[in-house]
Design a protein around this ligand. Structure first.
Ligand code: GLC
Ligand code: CA
Length: 560
């Protein structure tokens, strides 16, 4: 059996901030860095070890920061470079690392490079992007963007098209151009030299496109994806970034990797001697497709078996070879209690879900508001939405013939805006997010019940459970380094697994059912001999190997 290597990035837990909705420090209705500074003690109190910032750079905000106009400057509505340095220092003083979002598959169309590239073929920046002649009256190929719509935008002056895999305001960078790769390395050095501790690398697995940009197999959206989802030079470019920059710093990286499988991931994240570990971890999407297909707009009934199969395969295949990034929420995913849990059993199911993923092997990521159990807002009118991807998805559904009512249901369920409402700090005006009359975006009306202030006062709150859970993880190496083994994989109601490490064993039992379920200990476990170390109802040991689980119950037994 392979020895498991220890490392700080494996032991940490990360808190993700989506800055616009985190906390408004200057009363203009928009979250900002002053707001973050004022909440550093709160973040530290959760028991996390790092903050990942969704993009805070200068940006026209067409995709809320994932369209960068200047990689070395802060968006004025979020503050100044001084403000950022104050946050960085404040975080470091508290023992919190800071991870930046590195978005280099594309820039904003307002980036200087793109503006230069518009000046024509002879401009050196022209080749920073994918400019191509059309085929007659048609675009250069049949690719469609992953935000539904065409992947090519025509420019009349140049009589050429440029490629964009996301919104038209997000032109794709041509990573095959060595000058572009040098820019990326310089950006990495700029932030690492300033003292940041690593990067979350946005759709990094899309950066290499197949030579010649051939037509793709027709799909309703993302046609052509087989030619760039893990393109021909991806490993080579990631190796170059790692060899020349990242490996020279004590930093961590996590690459966002749509459609990634564990076998393929190991090509990039294998940490064993003689292997090429270009990234420390990857965010995969397989476990976020237990209630949908590709996008949460294509809704399916939640399948616990699908969720378990996805998570267990990553757990099993990476053990001793690579490292998992664990998450259930981020700024792209609707709130998880509204998807895999139950709003009726909001805190119970929130605790169960937290137990289910944080007790697995990997580095857990927690998205702002997840720790208090924020839920989907379900905006009823299309005009209430802000997210560009939601509008694009609306249009494609319309084209496919769905009725307005049907599509609005999908938006309420699937829009990324569900996760982007302001954090609910108090039960007071604007949920304590801003002192302005109007926040930049709607606040979920449940803030009177769901907020940090009230959760702080209740020792039994979800918030305090997250603290307990993260402390438990930190104090028990088995949670971090233990081997994973699943039980009852066919059950559609129970997610049961064990962890084992240096002679100890731990049994994690999670019910995804809203009624009572009978549980029987797997062979080889004598529950009476175990200690209940985590529970979302009561900590009593039932004393028998068979007992009833209450709705969304979670119970963790330790056998030392
Ligand atoms: C990633 C980001 C998402 C963004 C997209 C394009 O998936 O997480 O928010 O819209 O990339 O940059
Ligand atoms: Ca502000």
């Amino acid at each position: 059996m392979s020895e498991i290597k220890k490392s700080w990035y494996k032991e940490m837990a990360v808190y993700q901030i989506w800055p616009r909705s985190f906390c408004d420090g200057n009363g203009d209705g928009i979250g900002d860095l002053k707001g973050v500074l004022s909440k550093l003690d709160y973040i530290k109190s959760l028991g996390v070890d790092a903050i990942w910032f969704s993009p805070i750079y200068k940006s026209p905000q067409k995709d809320y920061g994932y369209d960068i106009a200047d990689y070395r400057d802060i968006a004025p509505e979020y503050g100044t470079m001084e403000d950022f340095k104050a946050v960085l220092d404040g975080a470091h003083e508290r023992g919190l690392r800071v991870i930046m979002d590195l978005v280099v598959n594309h820039t904003s169309d307002q980036h200087e490079w793109f503006k230069e590239s518009l000046k024509g073929k002879d401009n050196p920046y022209h080749d920073y992007y994918f400019w191509r002649k059309g085929k007659g009256k048609n675009p250069p190929n049949n690719w469609l963007a992953t935000f539904p719509g065409p992947a090519w935008e025509y420019n009349k002056d140049l009589d050429e098209y440029y490629l964009h895999l996301f919104a038209p305001e997000q032109p794709d960078l041509n990573m095959d151009n060595p000058a572009v790769r040098n820019e990326v390395k310089d950006i990495m050095r700029f932030w690492l030299d300033m003292g940041v501790d690593g990067f979350r690398e946005d759709v990094i697995t899309f950066i290499s496109k197949k030579e010649g940009l051939p037509n793709g197999i027709p799909l309703p959206f993302a046609t052509g994806i087989e030619h760039y989802k893990f393109g021909p030079h991806l490993l080579e470019y990631l190796t170059e970034f790692n060899d020349e920059v990242l490996s020279k710093y004590d930093c961590m990286t996590v690459g966002e990797a749509p459609m990634m499988t564990p076998d393929l991931a190991l090509k990039f994240i294998d940490e064993r001697e003689g292997k090429n570990q270009t990234l420390k971890m990857m965010f995969n999407f397989q476990h976020m497709e237990a209630d949908c297909m590709f996008t949460s707009f294509i809704v399916k009934k939640f399948s616990l078996r699908k969720l378990k199969a996805a998570m267990s395969s990553w757990q099993n295949k990476l053990y001793g070879k690579g490292w998992n990034a664990l998450y259930l929420e981020n700024h792209d995913q609707p709130r998880v209690i509204s998807r895999y849990g139950s709003e009726k059993y909001r805190e119970r199911s929130g605790k169960m879900l937290a137990t289910m993923y944080i007790c697995q092997s990997g580095t857990p990521f927690i998205y702002q508001g997840q720790e208090i159990g924020m839920t989907n807002i379900r905006l009823p009118e299309l005009s209430m939405y802000k997210d560009v991807a939601t509008y694009k998805s609306y249009n494609i559904c319309k084209k496919l013939g769905f009725s307005h009512e049907n599509i609005m249901k999908r938006c309420m369920h699937a829009s990324r805006d569900n996760a982007r409402t302001p954090v609910q700090w108090t039960s007071g005006k604007n949920a304590g997010f801003t002192t302005a009359e109007e926040p930049w975006f709607y606040i979920n009306p449940n803030y009177t019940e769901v907020n940090v202030e009230d959760s702080e006062k209740d020792p039994d709150s979800l918030l305090n459970y997250y603290r307990k859970l993260l402390k438990f993880r930190k104090e028990n190496e088995i949670v971090i380094y233990g081997k994973y083994k699943e039980h009852y994989r066919d059950s559609e109601k129970l997610f049961v697994y064990e962890r084992s490490y240096e002679g100890k064993r731990m049994l994690v039992i999670c019910s995804f059912s809203d009624t009572i379920e009978r549980f029987k200990a797997p062979k080889g476990f004598d529950l009476a001999k175990g200690r209940v170390v985590l529970a979302n109802y009561d900590y009593a040991n039932p004393g028998f190997d068979s007992f009833n689980l209450k709705p969304y119950e979670a119970k963790v037994f330790m056998f030392d």
